[in-house]
Ligand binder design. Structure first.
Ligand code: GLN
Length: 249
């Protein structure tokens, strides 16, 4: 296991609207818990994407910021190769930017970076609220919790697999799926920040970058997970209703 990593936060000034910077903090916190020092490397828009990062993070953003971020990455000829060769997490606007194509606020198709075999369109209505998903392609990651606030959809092509099956919320707007997994790239509509609410997903990314990790339990985060899942997971509501019904009888 290496003892120092660089975490590149891509365009925090554009893709920072929904608090996804917290994903970098979650990675740093869980790396430190294993004695690994991490450096946070913010990548500025219209500057060459740093090539020496170990993990790359793209967050959510408004439609206009998303377009600017996509344009800047498309203009950077090394960006596709850099992002395609390292573990990468892309959230919401970031997810759409890594797709083949997404739609702008006027419904006009805009080119994405094409790192994911995904085409994004627009939902008829904005999806806002808590989301619960069951990971489909990451065996070591339990139920995911987060929140969504987007108009984007995602239709997966044959190279991309869904990140999770939607239990509550909207996600991709197709097949009751959320997100995409392709190579070492993970994409999702979940904010939260998603790596704060789902430490196993943070560990999955860290392990892709630095190898197998010793266990690290964070009781505060476990309490947060339980509280959010109790609030949003309909399966838990059913269990509670059944138990309450039994107690009341
Ligand atoms: N602007 C995009 C949309 O509405 C992304 C929003 C977000 O990142 N939360 O779909």
């Amino acid at each position: 296991m290496i003892d120092e990593i660089g975490i590149v936060l891509v365009y925090p000034e554009l893709l920072g609207t929904y608090g996804d910077r917290g994903n970098a903090l979650a990675l740093m916190h869980r790396a430190a818990g294993r004695g690994v020092v991490s450096r946070l490397i913010p990548a500025a828009v219209e500057e060459p994407l740093p090539r020496y990062g170990d993990i790359y993070l793209l967050g959510g953003g408004e439609d206009s910021a998303q377009r600017l971020a996509a344009r800047s990455l498309l203009a950077d000829h090394a960006a596709h190769a850099i992002l395609g060769s390292r573990p990468c997490l892309a959230v919401c606007a970031g997810f759409q930017i890594l797709a083949q194509q997404f739609e702008d606020a006027d419904g006009r198709p805009q080119p994405g970076l094409g790192l994911l075999d995904v085409t994004c369109g627009r939902l008829a209505l904005r999806a806002v609220g808590e989301v619960v998903t069951e990971p489909l392609n990451l065996p070591d990651v339990p139920t995911l919790t987060g929140f969504e606030n987007h108009r984007g959809t995602a239709v997966l092509g044959p190279q991309a697999r869904p990140l999770g099956r939607v239990i509550a919320g909207v996600g991709n707007g197709e097949h009751r799926w959320d997100g995409a997994v392709q190579g070492a790239t993970l994409a999702t509509y979940l904010h939260g920040p998603v790596l704060v609410r789902n430490p196993a997903l943070a560990d999955h990314l860290l392990a892709s970058a630095i190898g197998e990790l010793p266990p690290y339990r964070d009781d505060d985060v476990e309490r947060l997970r339980t509280e959010r899942l109790d609030a949003a997971d309909p399966r838990r509501h059913r269990t509670r209703r059944l138990l309450l019904g039994r107690w009341a009888a």
